[in-house]
Design a protein. Structure first.
Length: 147
């Protein structure tokens, strides 16, 4: 019986190959972004027969995950309604403009001015706090829940 786990040498070879193509990650993100825009110009997340899926976490728990409303927020941005986008998912709407900065940082390498963008710790705190606050049935936190 063969061992299904990749060897350390194979993982190092893969890491070396990927690091030799620094544009691959940003190019994949750009392609995925274009695909999302193309789909959301045609699909309506508000339609009852929409092909876009709802949130499985919300369907199972009744709670809003940090991504709830993000599809509708991006749809609103594409269709020129930034206020609706903010109301659907404040965190996603405010984070979207940071994506080009994150891409630039990944291409140019470490930069102290933008280092916080790719540090997972502040993002983790922000996402957890956003998730908790948007589920509190108290004013003003009810404004964080999607419509």
């Amino acid at each position: 019986m063969s061992d299904w786990r990749p060897s350390v040498a194979r993982l190092e070879d893969l890491r070396t190959h990927i690091s030799a193509l620094p544009w691959l990650g940003p190019a994949a993100l750009a392609a995925a972004s274009l695909l999302v825009v193309a789909v959301l110009t045609q699909a309506d997340p508000y339609a009852a027969d929409s092909l876009l899926p709802g949130c499985p976490f919300h369907a199972l728990t009744g709670l809003f995950c940090p991504g709830c409303g993000a599809t509708r927020a991006v749809h609103a941005l594409i269709h020129g309604d930034p206020l609706l986008a903010l109301r659907m998912n404040l965190l996603a709407t405010l984070a979207i403009p940071l994506l080009p900065l994150m891409l630039l940082r990944s291409l140019r390498g470490p930069d102290p001015a933008t280092g916080w963008l790719t540090d997972a710790r502040p993002w983790l705190v922000l996402v957890v706090a956003f998730s908790v606050l948007r589920n509190l049935p108290l004013h003003p936190f009810i404004w964080l829940a999607p419509l």
